[in-house]
Design a protein around this ligand. Sequence first.
Ligand SMILES: *[C@@H]1O[C@H](CO)[C@@H](O)[C@H](O)[C@H]1NC(C)=O
Ligand SMILES: *[C@@H]1O[C@H](CO)[C@@H](O)[C@H](O)[C@H]1NC(C)=O
Ligand SMILES: *[C@@H]1O[C@H](CO)[C@@H](O)[C@H](O)[C@H]1NC(C)=O
Length: 532
Amino acid sequence: MKGISILYLFWYLFSFVYATQAKHVLVIIADDFGWADVSFHNTGGIQTPNIDRLVGGGLELTNYYTQHICTPTRSALLTGRYPIHTGLQTNVIAISQSSGLQRDEMLLPEYLESCDIKQRHMVGKWHVGHGHSWMTPWKRGFETFSGYLAGAEDHYTREWCMEQTDWCGVDYSEHSASLSGPTNSSWGKYSGDLYLQKMSEIVKSIDPTKDSFIYFAPQHVHYPLQALERHLVKYSWIKDTNRRNYAAMVASLDEIVGDVIDLYHKNRLLKNTIGFFVADNGGETRDGGNNWPLSGQKWTLLEGGVKATGFMFGGLVPLGKYNGLFHVSDILPTVMEAFNCPIKKKIDGYAQWEAIIYSNDFPRSQILHNIDPTKINKVANDSRTWNSDWDVRVQAALRKGPWKLITGDPGFTSDEVPEFPVSPPEWHQQGPYKTRGLISQITGKSSDYYFDNHRNKLVRLYKIDEDPTESRDISDQNPSIVEEMLNILIKYNSTMVPPQLPDLDPFSNPKLHEGFWFPWISDEYNSKKQML
Ligand SMILES: *[C@@H]1O[C@H](CO)[C@@H](O)[C@H](O)[C@H]1NC(C)=O
Ligand SMILES: *[C@@H]1O[C@H](CO)[C@@H](O)[C@H](O)[C@H]1NC(C)=O
Ligand SMILES: *[C@@H]1O[C@H](CO)[C@@H](O)[C@H](O)[C@H]1NC(C)=O
């Protein structure tokens, strides 16, 4: 009896302290950061001391999953919804497309605003829509923004030129109480230095006694591969040029992360921080990234595309490893649960904060990796038939417990970009790929262990807990699981909204906007268009 009441007293005190202390949520999302590109995974030659230290004092999300490319991931993070429900399941938004998160979506900073949480800031990459003026971050819940609206621009000039056209311009805007709009004021400054400086200004402005939310989306380590000399010298031993430049860019990312954490510490925020560090998708091997020992890469629904580095940190986060399935769409409800702020819309994400701090059962057992109705595999020669009505030529992937089902083409592989795991170039500096003997070191299987050729299969089933590198398709051995999962895809498909695929809009051309990429659609634009 006595024990219970003392426990209760502790519980009461804890809840009271917990409920009254300010919380500082910091989400850091790295761009195209591969599984083998962080040293705590022990799989490549790149060193990330700051990130390693942070995860060492934090909570590793060992089963963190993301979407296979940038826009879908960032849209899921900001809305808590799968891309099939926002129309962003196909491709990234091209800079001249007017697609994006529509007005009826509610974004994380907007939810926080609805609970009267002030101090909501964003620095870095947006890329969830910018054609309409109401789509910008400062119209979607952020009080300030310094960053770029699309992706893949130059790290010094912030210019982006579209290959198909000669449309070229600077993609960089700032919004604060004193100024708002596109600006060329940072021309020539390295992205790493620029975004760190912006983070420094913002973090110093935060009142530590009141809640805050900062969404930091650095440009690193996305191509173009532009690295600093002082980082390149550390990696002069890597012979592969892309890998060497990429490794040096990872050094920048690691330095920025370390500096941001220092800022949080110095400004007395870190002890009350709930931090996330996540990658937005797998690494792109053609541009120096690597996902060893996972199969595939960015753009694919294989593990190398969707299983990514993820962890939590900060004084409010417990130490250790969290092994539950955690999808990028879970960040929103998890943050909302930590703030005790209700979610008024139907979302796909799971709140995992209570499970994380009280070690409750894992809330999530299933992840829809994606359905892309525009990608239909018409070349694979797979004559097997299934009872389910699902069109197995359509690109889709679903995780259920340990099982992973893939239909259609998992995406973007070729002889140049193979499906099977490609080990980091620094491991075998003579030739580009040499995977076989090395696989055995990870899987413990014999060195003649090989990967099935799955190219001709429209349905594949893997058991991820036993086969994390997706080497053996076991769909023939488990037909009832395949059927069950195909039927789950049908259910998801019935809730899907069509992909937003607007044409490239010539009105976006920076020539019409003083050399900048910036929202080009307003009421004024619509009346101009009618006059044409
Ligand atoms: C397709 O598969 C069947 C049966 O496995 C085989 O007989 C046929 O030659 C294959 N066709 C092609 C184009 O590979
Ligand atoms: C998904 O749903 C759409 C529209 O409801 C339908 O046209 C399509 O055939 C379905 N896809 C598959 C793969 O069954
Ligand atoms: C930005 O400044 C640079 C250097 O002065 C100049 O070359 C470039 O044209 C400017 N771009 C815009 C969009 O103003």
